[in-house]
Design a protein around this ligand. Structure first.
Ligand code: TYD
Length: 134
C-alpha cells in the first residue's frame, strides 16, 4: 500500500523573496492532470470527507494553515500544512478530511486524474469495506 507523506519542495531564496515549485514525477510521484484550489472556507468548516479510487493528490498550503487527517483504513495520521515549501502526498484509497482552515488559507491541490465523480468514495463504511477486501 502506498503511504501518504510530506514532500519537501525546493525554496529558492534571494533578496526579491522566495520561489517554490514542483514538477510531475521529479518532485511528486504522479503525472499532473488537474489543479484546483480551496479558499474562502468559513471558520469551522470541514472539507474532504471522501477517498478516491484512482486519483492521487498533492496538497500545498499557499497561504495560512490547514489540518488534514488521512486514514488508510487502519491508521489515521494528522498533518498540519502551514508553509508553502512542502506539501502532502495522498495516494488513492485514503480517506481525508481537511479542517481548521485559518483565515485566508488557500490550499492548492494537484491531481493525477481529471475530475470524475465516479472515482469518489463518499461513504466511510463503503471505504472500509473496499479497503478490507484488498
Ligand atoms: P469535493 O471534491 O467534494 O470538495 P472537497 O473535497 O474539497 O470538500 O468537490 C466539491 C464540488 O466541486 C463537487 O460538486 C464536485 C465539484 N468539483 C469539480 O467540478 N471539479 C473538481 O475538480 C473538483 C475537485 C470538484
Amino acid at each position: 500500500m502506498k503511504e501518504c507523506k510530506i514532500i519537501d519542495l525546493p525554496k529558492i531564496h534571494d533578496h526579491r523573496g522566495n520561489l517554490t515549485f514542483f514538477e510531475s514525477t521529479n518532485s511528486i510521484p504522479f503525472n499532473i492532470k488537474r489543479s484546483f484550489w480551496i479558499y474562502d472556507v468559513p471558520g469551522g468548516e470541514i472539507r474532504g470527507g471522501h477517498a478516491m479510487k484512482i486519483n492521487e493528490e498533492f496538497i500545498v498550503s499557499l497561504s495560512g494553515s490547514i489540518e488534514i487527517e488521512v486514514d488508510n483504513g487502519f491508521i489515521k495520521k494528522m498533518f498540519i500544512l502551514n508553509r508553502s515549501y512542502y506539501g502532502l502526498y495522498i495516494p488513492s484509497m485514503h480517506w481525508r478530511q481537511m479542517k481548521n482552515f485559518s483565515t485566508n488559507a488557500v490550499a492548492l491541490v494537484t491531481s493525477s486524474t481529471i475530475y470524475d465523480e465516479s472515482d469518489y468514495i463518499r461513504n466511510y463504511k463503503n471505504f472500509l469495506q473496499l479497503i478490507r477486501k484488498k
